[in-house]
Write a protein that binds this ligand. Structure first.
Ligand code: NAD
Length: 387
């Protein structure tokens, strides 16, 4: 008789994180976190579970809280069944979130895993003796914590500053996931479509490449002439901004800066254009101003699909995905970046936390990139598994 089990998405993601699984097997033997508590403030979603279970396998006691507005209740429930203490839950209330951060720090964890700098910024105000240091996942957290180095005075390794994170997640995974989001939201094809990508940084490079590989004609606009030259030499057309907007069937913004497309551009937009933002903040496309511009006749929304259509008085239609929020984390069934890219990023996390736990780092390593030897170790391990 065949035995069949109904497993969850969390199980699928855990199964897919092959590098973390291998790391967990090693940690079960080496116990790098034996007797230590790790406090974490990172998105509580299925991919994070794979990281936390790896740390637990290494002997850590874990106390976890989420980031603002991204905690998934199923993930919290799952973590609790695994004996992981979770403080708080999904909230958009900043005061409540800060309460969770304080409650976590009240437990004096020896090591912290931070995402956006909430934990270490608070540590700068209320240090405690047992803390050995930790990690910060993001660029925004790094920027926030850099001026606090003196007050923190402990090793803090910044995962986003690893070249692996830059190319595996920002370049390849964001590009794929924005491309997937366009199809997921719209169910429209990419073939022969004219796509304009604003921003040719790590995320823009991947986005431009994915649409090009899907038979779109891709243009790139970047304010930096050196980067624009790079796009040109990579084979993308690089028309001037107005022409790039005028010709586009699809416009993607991934710059990290506000007001990339504004109501002043309404006159340039092609009938039926689809506007997508992949940048962190929902201000790259000024959706609020576009909706109330004098040229607008009415605005339609399509159910739960996250598509809004602005009907202009001259008959043109402008479609906007997820109200200008990061499209790959919004709309129907948003899955975010690929499991493999997170497997790599979170293995960097696990190895950096192991290094902090070893006590071999000092305060000179406060808010610095991942050590080169950890990058090399993680890259070699991934290649061994996937070549
Ligand atoms: N959606 C996701 O899952 C995800 C993941 C990682 C990063 N991000 C976000 O994507 C954004 C871009 O990240 P990145 O790593 O590619 O940044 P980056 O700094 O490498 O690249 C940004 C590019 O935008 C260009 N730019 C700036 N202003 C511009 C303008 N007015 N017009 C045209 N180009 C302009 C810059 O010259 C630069 O080349 C950030 O907001 C980042 O937080 C999103």
């Amino acid at each position: 008789m065949t035995i069949s089990s109904l497993l969850s998405r969390i199980d699928w993601v855990g199964q897919s994180c092959t590098l973390l699984r291998e790391t967990a097997t090693e940690f079960e033997r080496t116990q790098p976190f034996e007797g230590l508590t790790i406090g974490t403030a990172i998105h509580l979603e299925p991919k994070t579970v794979a990281l936390l279970m790896t740390l637990k396998a290494g002997g850590a006691r874990l106390v976890a809280t989420g980031n603002l507005n991204s905690t998934q209740p199923e993930t919290v429930a799952y973590l609790r069944t695994q004996g992981i203490e979770v403080i708080g839950g999904q909230t958009t209330d900043e005061a409540a979130h800060h309460g969770f951060i304080d409650a976590l720090l009240d437990q004096n964890p020896e090591i912290l895993l931070d995402n956006g700098g909430d934990l270490f910024a608070r540590v700068a105000e209320r240090p405690y003796a047992k803390l050995r240091g930790g990690t910060e996942e993001t660029t925004s957290g790094r920027t926030r914590l850099e001026p606090m180095r003196q007050a923190i005075g402990l090793p803090v390794l910044v995962i986003n500053d690893s070249p692996i994170k830059q190319f595996a997640e920002n370049r390849h995974a964001v590009g794929q996931s924005l491309f997937e989001s366009y199809m997921r939201f719209t169910n429209r094809s990419t073939n022969g479509k004219r796509v304009t990508v604003f921003g040719y940084g790590a995320c823009g490079k991947g986005t431009a490449a994915c649409f090009k590989n899907a038979y779109s004609a891709v243009s790139v606009v970047d304010i930096d002439p050196v980067t624009t030259l790079e796009a040109h030499l990579d084979g993308f057309s690089t028309p001037l901004r107005d022409e790039a907007i005028r010709s586009a069937d699809i416009i993607v913004t991934v710059t990290g800066y506000p007001a990339i497309l504004t109501a002043a551009d309404t006159g340039l937009l092609k009938d039926g254009v689809i506007l997508i933002n992949g940048g962190h903040f929902p201000n790259e496309i000024d959706v609020a101003a576009l909706r109330v511009d004098a040229s607008v006749k009415r605005v339609d929304s399509y159910g739960q699909d996250g598509i809004q259509t602005i009907h202009l008085k001259d008959g043109r239609r402008v479609h906007i995905l997820s109200g200008g929020h990061m499209a790959n984390l919004a709309g129907p069934r948003p899955l975010g970046n690929s499991v493999e890219s997170m497997d790599l990023g979170f293995t960097l996390q696990a190895r950096c936390l192991e290094r902090v736990a070893s006590g071999k780092l000092d305060a000179s390593m406060c808010v610095v990139p991942v050590p080169r030897d950890i990058d090399a170790m993680v890259a070699a391990a991934y290649l061994d598994l996937h070549r």
